[in-house]
Design a protein around this ligand. Structure first.
Ligand code: GLC
Length: 754
């Protein structure tokens, strides 16, 4: 409905002004007249606002519906009514959010509608695989659909803003929040960041089935010293721009309208108070026109960071650094008024921050109709729809990574061939809650298909028996005997071990990445029976399990796959889906190798087994247990050497790279063909490999497909010592292959000139 039809919903003062501004610039909540129309609209509202009401728009409080941080306050309803809080998070359902929106629109003086934010990280009610798991699908179209469906369910629940995507690069599985990200590689993480933003925001933010996205956590949050969450991040700007910046930039280029600041300090200053980061880089160099929101009490935390003495100076330095909205601390609405009066903060900067926030509310269509996201009929028809539940299954299937499938007494264990008796064992075998993952928003664990239920559904002809075997933490071995007996009396055992949802996620860093409790001991015991045992690693981070891997024949990374987890795993074990997932993050042999990643630098003394004075450990090899890009299926894929359209290209040319991939069978399957480069000589050290392309191809058994990549000089650029983003002439290697390690290569030269 158009604004003039909604006039009774918005306080008459604002409505009158808005109608004049809107009708003069035509268009409803969309950016129909470009930035100008928004400027007129936002300024027409600004002109009516008191300073306290402006500071209220810079304020975001959590409701009591969910707890995602250390502090709560119970006066948020009064603050909304007083115009001192213009945004709410952790509130959902149409009924509850409508009740709050009515207070804002019909009881506050100006009636400015609320933003409703929530952490819709991998689905809202229907839960998809955790983001790192889904990144292993390398399927950006699939990931875009996950973001779209999550936004649909969330928008149907009365939300209009999500604190996603999280795009923090990390090379350190000790850090529990790797689960929310897209792995270690800038190129893959950037493609996924784009997909998540586009899926969340759609083509038009005023579409009531889309949400405003929020790129987080800006910046460098995934590189805390010692892998300990919230810890210092210490790196050169060159390294930051080369490795950590790309996914944030990709998300912004995809149109993300909000950014969340990170808890960590970087370049010596807390992100929340970092003017270089929030203003010079984000708003000026990258041209970001949306608003920057603090993370949970992040404004207040600059005091323990040691860069502010008190709440007043915390308000001043964070706001003047470029932070626009204060999440939960209440410091902006409490302290910025005095700061403006004393000239420490400029009113024009306050207005600019309010303008950025109001513009998002206009783009969401909230001034056209503050209740457009608050429709109970949609809530019931969209949530858990068959289409979304089917997508959850497809995404879970494609996120599974088959790490190993070796023969036992001459025969591969997988896929299972209608075994008569199956033992389903482990603390994650009949477990609903943990399969939702650590950031599962409003997901309902009662909806989760467990592994046990999935096996019963997809192996109807088999006798299936269950034993828990052990728990996650204790040394209680009382369940071992039953588990061993079941295994001995079965044709195959499926052992589901890993982590519960509290062992990954925020504030869940680990110094040891091994399987906790006696899980590994149970696994070795079952393997020692001589029966076929399939190891399912169901965790949200990369674990270390080299000893177990040495004895196991079949190992899968089966993650926390969400609502359809059990169906997806069973379909892969049955061969109904030929596993296609590839690791988006390296699996180390032990925690001492961490941080470990595929795109490392060669060093001046690269590993040479014949020479002791080269880069190595005395107690473990340099190579990981499983490398970035690794993942096998039930078919073998063979690659031809890459053929290049030229042996040298100029700065203006495009290089065509072709390879032929054969599915040697026995099953039809998907392969993720990967393209890497190596810049052999440059003015700064360059990685031994860098992912620059990938293709999802379906290849029937016995068939061969040609896969083509196009490389331009843009793919060869990097930051030099002067922080210029440039390409330098010289020799390059090209690699195509099934992982970052198993590749075939060729060479070409980039020559100066056009
Ligand atoms: C948390 C997280 C952030 C989340 C926010 C709101 O502390 O750091 O990712 O979006 O609070 O729940």
């Amino acid at each position: 409905m158009r604004l003039k039809d909604q006039i009774e919903h918005i306080a008459p003062v604002v409505a009158g002004i808005l109608m004049m501004a809107t009708l003069s610039s035509c268009g409803s909540g969309r950016s129909s007249g470009g930035e100008n129309s928004f400027r007129e609209k936002t300024d027409s509202v600004l002109a009516l606002m008191t300073l306290e009401e402006k500071l209220g728009q810079l304020t975001l409080y959590t409701s009591y519906w969910d707890v995602t941080g250390p502090v709560m306050r119970d006066d948020y309803v009064e603050e909304i009514r007083a115009g001192r809080c213009g945004n709410i998070f952790n509130a959902h359902t149409v009924t509850y959010n409508r009740s709050l929106q009515e207070i804002a629109v019909e009881e506050s003086r100006l009636g400015i509608p609320l933003l409703f934010g929530y952490d819709v990280i991998h689905g809202h009610k229907t839960i998809f695989p955790t983001p790192l798991a889904e990144a292993c699908s390398w399927d950006t179209a699939l990931i875009k659909r996950s973001a779209r469906y999550g936004a649909m369910e969330a928008a149907a629940s009365g939300l209009n803003w999500t604190f996603a995507p999280m795009v923090d690069i990390s090379r350190d599985p000790r850090w529990g929040r790797i689960t929310e990200g897209n792995g270690e590689d800038p190129y893959l993480a950037s493609r996924i960041a784009e997909a998540r933003v586009m899926g969340t925001q759609g083509e038009d933010l005023a579409d009531p089935l889309t949400l405003a996205a929020c790129v987080k956590h800006f910046a460098g949050y995934g590189a805390p010293v010692a892998g300990r969450d919230y810890n210092t991040v210490d790196m050169s700007e060159l390294h930051f721009r080369q490795v950590y910046l790309p996914p944030y930039k990709a998300a912004l280029d995809a149109g993300a309208v909000t950014v969340m600041a990170a808890f960590n300090d970087i370049f010596g200053v807390p992100s929340h108070a970092n003017k270089f980061l929030l203003t010079n880089l984000l708003k000026e160099e990258l041209g970001f026109g949306g608003f920057v929101v603090a993370d949970y009490s992040g404004v207040e935390q600059v005091i323990p960071h040691g860069v502010a003495e008190n709440r007043r100076s915390a308000a001043e330095i964070t706001f003047n650094a470029g932070l626009d909205m204060d999440m939960q601390s209440g410091i902006f609405v409490e302290q910025l008024g005095a700061a403006v009066k004393e000239g420490a903060v400029k009113m024009e900067d306050i207005d600019e921050a309010v303008r950025r926030i109001l513009q998002v509310k206009f783009r969401l269509g909230l001034f056209d109709d503050p209740y457009r996201y608050l429709d109970t009929t949609r809530e019931n028809s969209i949530i858990y729809s068959a289409e979304i539940m089917e997508h959850a299954l497809e995404s879970a299937r494609k996120s599974i990574v088959l790490l190993k499938n070796e023969p036992l007494r001459g025969r591969k264990i997988l896929p299972l061939k209608n075994p008569g008796r199956i033992a389903v064992i482990g603390p994650l075998a009949d477990n609903q809650l943990d399969l939702l993952g650590s950031w599962h928003a409003a997901g309902d664990h009662n909806k989760v298909v467990t592994l046990l239920r999935g096996m019963k559904t997809h192996f109807p002809g088999s006798e299936i028996n269950y034993a828990k075997g052990c728990d996650f933490y204790s040394t209680d071995r009382s369940g071992f005997d039953e588990a061993v007996r079941l295994t001995q009396n079965s044709d195959v055992a499926i052992l589901a071990i890993g982590e519960n949802q509290a062992q990954s996620g925020e504030a869940a860093s680990r110094s040891d990445l091994g399987l906790t409790g006696v899980q590994e001991e149970l696994a070795q015991l079952l393997i020692s029976t001589g029966k076929p045992v399939v190891i399912l690693l169901m965790a949200e981070r990369m674990l270390t399990f080299e000893k177990l891997d040495n004895n196991a024949q079949a190992v899968l990374n089966a993650w926390h796959l969400g609502t359809r987890a059990g169906d997806a795993i069973a379909q892969v074990l049955a061969g109904d889906y030929n596993p296609s997932g590839k690791l988006a993050m390296t699996i180390p042999r032990n925690v001492g190798q961490v941080p470990i990643f595929y795109n490392y630098k060669n060093t001046g003394r690269p590993l040479d087994p014949q020479n002791m004075y080269t880069t190595k450990y005395l107690d473990v090899e340099n190579a990981p247990l499983y490398p970035f890009g690794h993942g096998i299926g039930y078919s073998a894929f063979e690659y031809s050497n890459p053929t290049l359209s030229d042996t040298s290209i100029s700065m203006k040319d495009t290089l065509r790279v072709n390879t032929r991939v054969t599915n040697e069978g026995p099953a039809d399957g998907h392969e993720i063909v990967q393209l890497y480069i190596r810049d052999l000589t440059a003015s700064v050290t360059r990685p031994v490999k860098e992912l620059k392309g990938f293709r999802h191809v379906f290849i029937p058994a016995g068939k061969t497909v040609k896969v083509e990549f196009m490389l331009t000089v843009e793919d060869l650029k990097f930051y030099n010592q002067e922080l210029e983003y440039i390409a330098e002439p010289g020799a390059f290697k090209i690699f195509v292959g099934t992982s970052s390690e198993k590749t075939r290569e060729s060479e070409f030269k980039l020559i100066q000139g056009t």
